[in-house]
Every structure is written in structure tokens, then in C-alpha cells.
Design a binder for this molecule. Structure first.
Ligand code: ATP
Ligand code: MG
Length: 246
């Protein structure tokens, strides 16, 4: 389908087309499409723009990644479809490992998502050959690698389910979530929640790496003054305000 650039929802329509195409190709799961719809609804309510509190959380998340011994970015089908090159760039400049973890895991789909990330520039993608398990999750999402998720101290989880976010926290990890729903279990559980659309959030994070890399005191002060609960509250208030205004 050709989407006209004049359409007011141009960006959203282009992303939908991309996800539908990659669903046909077996990269994005059908439930991944539904999860994206939930994200879109919240983005609509938030004004489809990066809010100041999201920008703050993005800097804090980068500060945590730069302070980490073993930072890792966990990638699922939607993330691989939406912003693979940006994930690769962020993983290179931090630097952080990349591990693929799928809710609907089959060897075939795992291979597709890993190969897609490699085709988009990732030099090393973990996850194909799991040799460890994350406690506290019943599904195959518990499968992980020793070298990657098991050893990681800081994990960025864009678009994560609440169960897995909680299991990562129970394993003692700092969890950085990107989730447009400020009310989700993931958002409430995470150490830092970025309430922003993933294709805006990752480029914003990349933009803040340079400055934070050389400024240790700024990193530490960002981390020590951040209050996730208060930050989430600001997103909820923003939604309420927009609903009342219109
Ligand atoms: P939880 O299990 O944490 O309570 P949930 O069940 O509502 O969350 P899941 O399907 O488990 O949702 O996870 C997907 C989450 O990702 C949703 O909260 C959704 O708002 C968010 N999301 C979907 N697409 C995007 C996107 N493009 N950018 C940011 N967040 C998104
Ligand atoms: Mg869920």
C-alpha cells in the first residue's frame, strides 16, 4: 500500500505497514501487532512526541548503561522490526551486548530475528544457543545465555512483558524499560521507565551518550536524583491533562 505523506497519521501508517510486512515474513508475531496497537493508543494520548519527563528518563537510562559492567539490550520481534539499526548504534557506542529473547520462540523465528539484526549491522547477536535460564518465568522466554542476560547487570528492555521485567529485577538486575503505557506492570516494576515510542527513545538515548560518556559526575547525579514513580506520575498527569483539554 502507498501511504500519502500528507496523511496526518503518515508515520503511524508507515510503521503499521512495516510491521504487517514483517509479520508476513515471520519476524513479528501476530500478538506483537496487538501489543503495538496498545502502544499506539498510549502514544496518541501522550501527543506522539517525546515529553520532557521521557527525555529525562532516557538520559538516566544511558547513565545506567554507561555505569554498568555488563550492559545488555534485550531485543524482541517488534524491536528488531522497528529500529534495528538504532539498536545496533546504541549497542556500539555504549558498548552493550545484544541478546534476542522472544515470547513466541521457535528455532526458526529466533534465527530470523537474529539474522535480521545481523543484516542491520550487528556484529554479534546472542540468544540462538541458550545455555542458561532466568528464574521466575514459565515460558521459553526464560531461556537465555550465560554470557548475555545471565551475566548482565543492567538490561535495557524495550517493549517488555511484566513477568519478564519482574524476573530480571528478582535476578538482581537494573531494568531499563521503554514502554508507552505508564500503568503497565513493566513500567511500575522497572528501575527506569522511558514512556516514549521506541523509535524516538533509542535515537534520543544515542544523542545523550557523547556528553554522558565524558561526564561521570553528571551520570551519577542523574542516577541519584531520579525517581521513577514520580516520573511515571508525570506521564499519567500529562495524559489526564490532554484528555481534559480536548
Ligand atoms: P505488562 O505485562 O507490563 O502489564 P502489557 O501486558 O500491557 O504490559 P505487553 O504486551 O506485555 O503489555 O507489553 C507490550 C508493552 O509495550 C505495552 O505496554 C505497550 O504499551 C508497549 N509498546 C508497544 N509498542 C510500543 C512502541 N512502539 N514503543 C514503546 N512502547 C510500546
Ligand atoms: Mg503483559
Amino acid at each position: 500500500m502507498v501511504v500519502s505523506k500528507d496523511h496526518p497519521r503518515y508515520r503511524s501508517l508507515v510503521i503499521r505497514e512495516l510491521l504487517a510486512e514483517l509479520n508476513k515474513a515471520g519476524l513479528v508475531s501476530t500478538t506483537g501487532l496487538i501489543a503495538h496497537g496498545r502502544g499506539e493508543a498510549f502514544d496518541y494520548l501522550l501527543g506522539e512526541t517525546t515529553n520532557p519527563n521521557a527525555l529525562e528518563a532516557e538520559s538516566v537510562a544511558v547513565a545506567y548503561m554507561l555505569e554498568a559492567k555488563n550492559p545488555l539490550i534485550s531485543v524482541n520481534g517488534n524491536v528488531a522490526a522497528l529500529c534495528p539499526r538504532e539498536i545496533v548504534s546504541l549497542s556500539e557506542i555504549i558498548p552493550a551486548k545484544i541478546e534476542v529473547n522472544l515470547f513466541h520462540r521457535t528455532d526458526e523465528r529466533m534465527e530470523r530475528v537474529c539474522a535480521h539484526m545481523e543484516a542491520m549491522g550487528a556484529k554479534r547477536v546472542l540468544g540462538r544457543n541458550p545455555d542458561a535460564k532466568l528464574n521466575g518465568i514459565a515460558s521459553d522466554r526464560s531461556l537465555c545465555t550465560r554470557e548475555g542476560i545471565l551475566m548482565a547487570d543492567v538490561v535495557l528492555v524495550p517493549l517488555e512483558d511484566g513477568d519478564r521485567a519482574e524476573a530480571l529485577l528478582h535476578a538482581g538486575k537494573i531494568v531499563l524499560a521503554i514502554d508507552l503505557n505508564p500503568l503497565s506492570r513493566t513500567s511500575k516494576a522497572a528501575t527506569v521507565t522511558i514512556v516514549d515510542e521506541v523509535t524516538r527513545a533509542i535515537p534520543n538515548m544515542i544523542d545523550s551518550v557523547d556528553e554522558l560518556k565524558t561526564d561521570l559526575s553528571k551520570r551519577r547525579s542523574l542516577i541519584s536524583t531520579f525517581d521513577n514513580k514520580a516520573n511515571l506520575k508525570k506521564s499519567v498527569q500529562m495524559i489526564c491533562k490532554r484528555l481534559q483539554k480536548d
